[in-house]
Ligand binder design. Structure first.
Ligand SMILES: [Fe+2]
Ligand SMILES: [Fe+2]
Length: 308
């Protein structure tokens, strides 16, 4: 696997500084040609796993706008020019993800799923978090959720069979998003630390984010399966349990990186997976689905992508 884990603490600090300086975060203004007719059955593993991926898409538009707001609210603390540039790349990538998942979700809504209502509930939850907690706690929650997106993305890229036989545009969208989440995986964390972040606060934010996020995942899954007419079949829930905690389950794969976040010395670049991400970027370019600019050109880059 194209991943290395550094060993001693001194080496860690040195290596992280190098990775931070090296990491370029390109904004690729891509569009994915999703087929609305395939949204219910685009994954060969069946309707429950298709609903699971579709379920995750519901979070992104509101979630990524929250991430961008949280990072931007603290950019005044960032004096390092490299990190300032990375903040621009982060906002740009999340802006394009936001747009593509919005289109994906609108197609799901048109297929009869109650997506707009679920999106509105995510939006309200995040508005409540912003109203209740101080801005730096919102950034700590962003860093925590970015750890989820990066580690889930890493999991999808290191277990390519999970998407191998899926409908090509959906497969490529999820791999593109996975790769870019890893390219920018340390930005929210580094801005949080530049803003004076501390261990107890970020650990607390991770616990709260974990509870709220996974409670919403279960709620979304129930509603997606209800719309599919599969929610009352015990086999559907067994399949969902298998996706989460089965032998090749997502939560099993994510447990160790999740616990890593609770190390006081944790940093997202403790796992140097740049080679893995670059390899996927290269492969997706070869398929013609990744790296090709939006045919509509730069004017289509959403506003979130053009300001840092
Ligand atoms: Fe994203
Ligand atoms: Fe992200």
């Amino acid at each position: 696997m194209a991943t290395t884990r550094t060993s001693s603490r001194a080496n860690d600090v040195e290596r992280r500084a190098e990775l931070k300086t090296e990491q370029h975060i390109p904004v690729r203004n891509l569009r994915f040609d999703l087929d609305p007719e395939r949204l219910r059955d685009w994954h060969p593993g069946g309707p429950v796993i298709t609903a699971f991926f579709n379920n995750l898409s519901i979070f992104f538009p509101a979630g990524e706008r929250f991430f961008i707001r949280s990072v931007r609210a603290h950019r005044g603390h960032v004096t390092d020019p490299v990190l300032r540039e990375q903040v621009r790349g982060f906002c740009g990538q999340e802006g394009v993800h936001n747009r593509e998942h919005q289109r994906y979700n609108e197609m799901l809504e048109a297929q009869g799923y109650p997506i707009a209502e679920m999106e509105a509930r995510v939006e309200r939850l995040l508005a409540f978090v912003e109203k209740t907690f101080p801005p730096r706690m919102c950034l700590a929650a962003t860093a925590a959720l970015e750890h989820f997106t990066a580690t889930m993305g890493h999991f999808l890229l290191t277990e390519p069979e999970l998407l191998e036989d899926a409908a090509a545009p959906m497969r490529d969208l999820w791999r593109w998003h996975s790769a870019e989440e890893n390219e920018h995986k340390a930005v929210a964390f580094d801005v949080y630390m530049a803003a004076g972040g501390n261990y107890p606060e970020r650990a607390f934010a991770m616990v709260v984010a974990t509870v709220l996020f996974w409670a919403k995942v279960v709620e979304h899954q129930a509603r997606m399966m209800k719309a599919d007419g599969t929610a009352w079949r015990p086999g559907s829930w067994l399949r969902f349990g298998d996706i989460l905690v089965g032998e090749a389950g997502v939560l099993r794969g994510l447990l160790r990186p999740y616990l890593d976040y609770f190390r006081p010395s944790f940093h997202p670049w403790d796992v140097d997976n740049r080679a893995l991400v670059e390899e996927w970027a290269r492969r997706l370019v070869e398929t013609g689905s990744y790296g090709a600019a939006d045919p509509h050109g730069g004017s289509e880059v959403p506003p979130a992508a053009t300001r840092g």
